[in-house]
Ligand binder design. Sequence first.
Ligand code: CA
Length: 222
Amino acid sequence: MRILVIEDEARLRDLLERTLRGEGYAVDGVGDGAEGFERASGGGYDLVVLDVMLPTMSGLEVAMRLRRRAARVPILMLTARDTVDDRVAGLDAGADDYLVKPFAFVELSARVRALLRRRDGAAEGELRVEDLVLNRVRREATRDGVRTELSAREFALLEHLMKNAGRVLSRDQLLAAVWPRDFDGGPNVVDTYVHYLREKIDRPPPRQLLRTVRGVGYVLGR
Ligand code: CA
């Protein structure tokens, strides 16, 4: 996942970049509206964090121009004042969500995740492996027509296993893909969550989908 941060305040831009990198995203930062627009319209970004007050081209203008070019990249706008007019202007210009400065970085991370989820859900809807279906919008799995709700971590783990169906994944690979970088537990937590998932979505052999590959890790699908 690659994120473009367009913010002219160097200190804030630096903090934004570091926060998002800490969440595992690749991040590019620019401090100028026109340059930001050029970068964003070149494509290759999964999300744009966009300040409103920028030199050479305002954030509102950047958002409008991107939408005029039919760029569908999610835009999270950073506004300085919380007035209804500012919010409406940002959303009218094509932003998907906004944050009012000063904001907490945990909230920024949560909004970014939500926007990326929304985009993934809209783009791909559901994942399917044999008779297991994962609905990424409602965050629920269906097997044998029985719907099961998943916790955030169970969902992320199952999604990763389904995207890589048929491929053996080690505990370390699963840990790196699904758990936050600063998670300080060991790879045994993966076993715990695989157990939870089995209880929820799996069936006994020969209908078992989530198999243990002894000494290596796990694989979903036959
Ligand atoms: Ca600014």
